[in-house]
Ligand binder design. Structure first.
Ligand code: MRU
Length: 347
């Protein structure tokens, strides 16, 4: 029996309180909650993947904005400029997930109306609650995709650790399990940082959902052999035509599903849709440090002198997607009109 995890993100107290983040880099073996009182600590936590997953980094950044502005003790006339300066630093923390910029923009819009720290804090809290609500709706809209007796393959971590509430793609699985549907999950380990092995397996096992790990290269072969009935993934940014960025290794799964007629669905809240992008070509793909690939658990695994490329995400064309499970329902192709409506609701 796995004991329940502490919350991913908690704010304790009023606007003069502090943030608590569950350090995801230490899971599954150690459960350490970080007490965070400064914006530079929030930025470090986002960049170091102590807090990670598109909706979760948006919520953490919103609270980071409160902390950063509070540190400045601004004159009332400089308040908005202070908020904007802190916002710029936070948005730069990670480039791919649009949820981060979306969360910061929502908070900025709130303080443009009422420029006080209290109002900024209220906006961050509201955003946190909205993300929880959206997660619940993702589960409800998506759970009928999971057929009794099926095998569902998922990639990276899209659960309670990656988003508020029940997460995104995993929210669908938790909702199906609560509804009594029997199914099993194959979770990609998700090299190089092993979000699937360390986090997804932990969350599913804790919920009593049967789960087995796969090395990332195994998924397409099992899809081809008819051993997978559904692939569910999350997203970090979705363009208007349905092209989307998600954890590196998502695209080969989409290709295999398209080649073998297996349904491939992406599950994401309104905060992940970027209406400013007509297609995926404008999505910035984060390149992380090569040592994440050349080293494993602090040990060098590649020969000395050999470097590595480390794109953290890849781009899946919308034409390979069977549907998007959004908090406003399941979108079918062609996606433009549906995505416009969902994305506008999140703005
Ligand atoms: O680098 P990470 O761990 O933040 O990447 C997370 C993912 O790619 C998730 O699939 C994505 O954020 C969508 S689900 C919350």
């Amino acid at each position: 029996m796995i004991p329940p995890l502490p919350p991913t993100i908690t704010w304790l107290g009023a606007h003069d309180g502090h943030l608590e983040l569950l350090d995801q880099t230490l899971l599954p073996h150690e459960r350490r909650v970080l007490v965070v009182r400064r914006v530079d600590e929030v930025i470090e936590a986002i960049q170091g993947l102590r807090v990670r997953g598109a909706p979760a980094i948006g919520v953490a950044a919103a609270y980071g904005l409160v902390l950063g502005v509070r540190e400045q003790v601004p004159l009332p006339s400089a308040f908005l400029e202070t908020v904007r300066a802190v916002a710029t630093a936070l948005v730069r923390a990670r480039p791919t997930a649009v949820n981060l910029a979306w969360a910061i923009e929502r908070c900025l819009a709130a303080v443009r109306e009422v420029p006080t720290l209290e109002h900024l804090f209220a906006a961050a809290q509201q955003l946190h609650r909205d993300e929880e609500q959206m997660s619940r709706r993702l589960g409800e809209h998506g759970r009928l995709l999971v057929q009794p007796g099926s095998t569902v393959l998922t990639h990276c971590n899209t659960g309670r650790l990656a988003a508020m509430g029940d997460g995104t793609a995993l929210a669908v699985l938790f909702a199906a399990a609560r509804a009594g549907v029997p199914f099993r999950v194959l979770a990609d380990e998700t090299r190089p940082l092993l979000q699937g092995a360390r986090l997804t397996a932990l969350e599913l096992a804790a919920a009593g959902i049967p789960v087995q790990l796969l090395v990332d290269g195994a998924g397409p072969g099992l899809i081809a052999r008819g051993e997978v009935q559904l692939v569910l993934v999350g997203a970090d940014r979705i363009a208007r035509n349905g092209d989307f960025a998600n954890k590196v290794g998502t695209y080969p799964l989409a290709l295999a599903c398209a080649a073998h007629g297996v349904p491939f669905y992406c599950v994401a809240p309104s905060s992940t849709f970027d209406l400013q992008l007509a297609d995926g070509s404008g999505i910035p793909i984060e390149e992380r440090d090569a040592t994440e690939v050349t080293h494993l658990a602090g040990q060098r695994i590649a020969p000395t002198g050999v470097g590595a490329r480390n794109p953290a995400f890849d781009l899946t064309p919308g034409r390979l997607v069977r549907g998007f499970v959004s908090d406003r329902g399941v979108l079918q192709p062609p996606f433009d009109a549906g995505i416009k409506a969902v994305g506008a609701g999140g703005r």
